[in-house]
Design a protein around this ligand. Structure first.
Ligand SMILES: NC(=O)c1ccc[n+]([C@@H]2O[C@H](COP(=O)([O-])OP(=O)(O)OC[C@H]3O[C@@H](n4cnc5c(N)ncnc54)[C@H](O)[C@@H]3O)[C@@H](O)[C@H]2O)c1
Length: 329
C-alpha cells in the first residue's frame, strides 16, 4: 500500500487560481445537487490555555468516483508573527469505494487557494459586469490569495489594498504588483480603499467590524471571507441589512457566521436574511443580482466540500503528471 503526499508547493503548482475556480464551480454544483454530504457544524477542539485550536472538516462526494475527505486544520493566530500561516494541518483523501487512504495534502495551501477560488466564482456570479475597482482588506494569506484570484475575474482597472500595518501593506502591494505585472495600490485606511469600489473583499481576523455601510458605493459587491466564526465579525449590522446576502451554505452561516449571528442578535436583520447559496445561483435555482444599484454580499464560511473537491482535482492532476511523493503506507 502507498499514499501520495502533496506538499505546499505541489498544491500551488497543481491548483492555479483559474483551475481551482473551475473546480469550485463543480463543487458548488455538486453541493446544490445534494451530491456532497457534510456536517453543518464543524467539530472544534479549543481547550483553555492552548496556543491554537483544531477543527475537523469531513465531507463525502457521491457519484461515479465517490470519495471521502477530511481536513484536520489547526488555527494558531500567533503563527503570523513567526512568519508561518495561521492555518496548518492536512487534508486526507479516501477512496469512496474501498475507504483506502489515497492522498495527504498540505492544508494551508488547500485552504488558501480554495477559499479565494470560491470568492472568485461568487464575484463572477454577483458583481456588476462593468466592475472596475477592486478593494481587498487584509494583507495576510487570504488577502494576498484574493488579489491573485480576483485580478482576472473582471477587467479591474484598479486594485487597492488596506490593512492594519501600513508598512506591510506597502510591501505586500509591491510584491503583488511585481507578481501580477500591474499596479496594486496601498491605501492608508479601509475607508479609503473601499471608496467607490465595485468589489470589496474583507479577509481579516478582526473581531469587530472593519467595514461600514456608509462607505459602500451603490451597486458594490462585498465578499466577507474572514472572521468566519460565531463570535467575531467584519461587517456591521447596517451592511448586513443593506445587502442581498448569498452564502456558501445557508446551514453553515446560520450555525457559524458572526457577521450574520451578531447582526441577528442585535436586531439589525431577521432570520430570513439569507437569499440563497452560491450553488443555487450557479445552477439557476435562485436569482442573483437583481439590479445595478443593489448591494450584494457573499458571506463565506468555508466548507469541507471545497477542501474535498480541491484535493480531488489536485490529486487527479498529480497522478497524471507523476507529481508529489508516493510513500509506502
Ligand atoms: N471563509 C473561508 O473560507 C476562510 C478560509 C480561510 C481563512 N478564513 C479566515 O480569514 C481570516 C484571514 O485569514 P488569514 O489566513 O489571511 O490571516 P492572517 O493572519 O494571515 O491575516 C490577517 C489580516 O487581517 C488584517 N486585519 C486584522 N484586523 C484588521 C483591521 N481591524 N483592519 C484591517 N485589517 C485587519 C491583518 O492586518 C492581516 O493582514 C481569518 O479570520 C481566517 O479564519 C476564512
Amino acid at each position: 500500500m502507498s499514499i501520495r503526499v502533496l506538499s505546499h508547493r505541489d498544491v500551488h503548482r497543481l491548483l492555479p487560481p483559474a483551475e481551482c475556480a473551475a473546480a469550485m464551480r463543480e463543487a458548488l454544483t455538486a453541493l446544490a445537487a445534494g451530491r456532497i454530504h457534510q456536517p453543518d457544524r464543524r467539530p472544534v477542539l479549543d481547550p483553555p490555555g492552548a496556543a491554537g485550536l483544531l477543527g475537523l472538516m469531513p465531507a463525502y462526494l457521491a457519484g461515479d468516483e465517490p470519495a471521502y475527505g477530511l481536513k484536520a486544520v489547526t488555527l494558531f493566530p500567533g503563527n503570523t508573527a513567526r512568519g508561518l500561516d495561521s492555518h496548518q494541518g492536512a487534508v486526507l483523501l479516501f477512496d469512496g469505494a474501498t475507504g483506502r487512504a489515497r492522498a495527504l495534502l498540505d492544508a494551508s495551501a488547500v485552504t488558501e487557494v480554495r477559499s479565494a477560488a470560491v470568492t472568485a466564482v461568487a464575484t463572477d456570479l454577483l458583481a456588476r459586469r462593468d466592475a472596475r475597482v477592486l478593494a481587498v482588506v487584509g494583507t495576510g494569506v487570504q488577502g494576498r490569495a484574493h488579489v491573485r484570484a480576483l485580478a482576472g475575474v473582471r477587467g479591474f482597472e484598479r486594485i487597492r489594498v488596506a490593512a492594519r500595518d501600513a508598512a506591510k501593506t506597502r510591501r505586500v502591494c509591491a510584491e503583488l504588483a511585481a507578481e501580477l505585472g500591474r499596479p496594486v495600490e496601498p491605501c492608508s485606511s479601509v475607508r479609503e480603499a473601499v471608496a467607490g469600489a465595485d468589489v470589496v473583499v474583507t479577509a481579516t481576523d478582526a473581531a469587530e467590524p472593519v467595514l461600514r455601510r456608509e462607505w459602500l458605493a451603490p451597486g458594490c459587491h462585498v465578499n466577507a471571507v474572514g472572521s468566519a466564526v460565531a463570535t467575531t465579525r467584519e461587517l456591521d449590522g447596517a451592511t448586513m441589512a443593506a445587502c442581498d446576502v448569498f452564502c456558501d451554505s445557508v446551514a453553515a452561516v446560520r450555525a457559524e457566521a458572526g457577521d450574520y449571528l451578531l447582526a441577528l442578535r442585535e436586531g439589525a436583520v431577521g432570520p430570513d436574511l439569507l437569499r440563497a447559496s452560491l450553488g443555487e445561483v450557479l445552477t439557476g435555482a435562485a436569482a442573483g443580482r437583481s439590479g445595478p444599484e443593489r448591494l450584494t454580499l457573499f458571506e463565506s464560511v468555508g466548507l469541507a466540500a471545497w477542501d474535498l473537491v480541491a484535493a480531488l482535482h489536485a490529486v487527479a492532476r498529480a497522478e497524471r503528471l507523476g507529481a508529489g511523493s508516493v510513500v509506502p503506507y
